[in-house]
Design a protein around this ligand. Structure first.
Ligand code: NAP
Length: 300
């Protein structure tokens, strides 16, 4: 059994919840962070951009989970910010690969985040992991990120990559972004709201990491999305309903979105119908198959 788990970027939205779920399941969890002193759980220093890392992080570690990366939607996509989005993911993955190669360790499992952004902004037909990477900026980031993570795979180390959809959490990310205006009756969708959004409840995402830790047959690439994607408009309406608020505003027109968000605009309008079949076939059981139940659970 893998007992000692090191989470890179464990201080973030997914990492914080994953830490709780892993600890509740009996695992010892520590983090890799650029600010370990701020952490409430054992944490080791690293700074992937500078190539710095406290090698003590490897001591006793059986499994590394890499969630590190600059927030994709946290700032306007200037060239400098796009470089940060890419480099933070590539440098962190490469640094992990380097220390595993150069130092004695007993790591036998590496789990890495990726994103459904790899499929681009138009993936209307049920899209499986076999689909090629698109040619958008985010798709390119994911492609290189995955390529670097897969290089860690060996006879000793199993690698598993999750192409994560829109994570639904009450604490941040997509749901918080639509719930905050909805609380004041100003909930609104993007464009005509008809595009499919591949969502996932944060507990199911954490459950997938746990599933991969427990099952040796789980390896390679998996879409980490719920089996029933919903339109953007439906997700906004379900959120308003769960908050007992009216939803009456029309969608934010596409041209305004593009002016406000710049190059990030098309990502917000992405139409992605992503398949959860591979992870389901591996034996993973979703707690939240439907967005209505997921949103009610998180906002009640
Ligand atoms: N949330 C979503 O909806 C979603 C969807 C698809 C994919 N993902 C991917 O899943 C992963 C986790 O998502 P999340 O929502 O938990 O992200 P998050 O809340 O932004 O947390 C990511 C963590 O990465 C670390 N980090 C930030 N910039 C970094 C840099 N330049 N170098 C090294 N580390 C850096 C930070 O930890 P320290 O400050 O402690 O170093 C931060 O806590 C991310 O890679 C994200 O791209 C998330």
């Amino acid at each position: 059994m893998n007992t000692n788990i090191l989470i890179a970027g464990g201080s973030g939205l997914v990492g914080s919840q994953l830490t709780i779920i892993l600890q509740q399941s009996g695992y010892q969890v520590s983090h890799l962070s650029r600010n370990p002193k701020k952490s409430k759980i054992p944490a080791f220093y690293w700074n992937p951009d500078k190539g710095e890392i406290d090698l003590n992080c490897l001591k006793d570690t059986d499994c590394i989970i890499n969630l590190a990366g600059t927030g994709v939607a946290d700032a306007r996509w200037t060239e400098a910010y796009k470089n940060e989005i890419l480099n933070s993911r590539i440098n962190s993955t490469r640094l992990l690969a380097k220390i595993l190669k150069e130092n004695d360790n007993k790591v036998n499992l590496v789990l890495s985040a990726s994103a459904v952004g790899i499929y681009g902004n138009e993936a209307p037909l049920l899209t499986s992991e076999d689909a090629p990477a698109a040619n958008t900026f985010l798709a390119e980031v994911c492609r290189i990120w995955e390529e670097e993570a897969l290089k860690i795979q060996s006879n000793k180390v199993r690698v598993c990559i999750f192409r994560i959809g829109l994570v639904l959490s009450a604490k941040g990310g997509f749901l918080k972004a639509i719930a905050t205006p909805a609380k004041f009756g100003f909930g609104t969708y993007f464009g005509d709201g008809a595009m499919m959004n591949p969502w996932i409840h944060i507990d199911d995402l954490c459950g997938m990491f746990l599933h991969a830790i427990k099952n040796k047959d789980v390896k390679g690439i998996y879409n980490a999305v719920a089996p029933n994607p919903e339109t953007n408009k439906t997700l906004v309406q379900l959120t308003a309903k769960a908050l007992h608020r009216p939803q009456f505003l029309p969608g934010v027109p596409t041209f305004i979105l593009n002016i406000m968000m710049g190059e990030m605009g098309p990502m917000l309008l992405a139409n992605q119908n992503i398949s959860a079949e591979r992870i389901s076939n591996s034996g993973f059981e979703f707690k939240f198959m439907r967005a209505k139940k997921a949103i009610e659970d998180l906002l009640s």
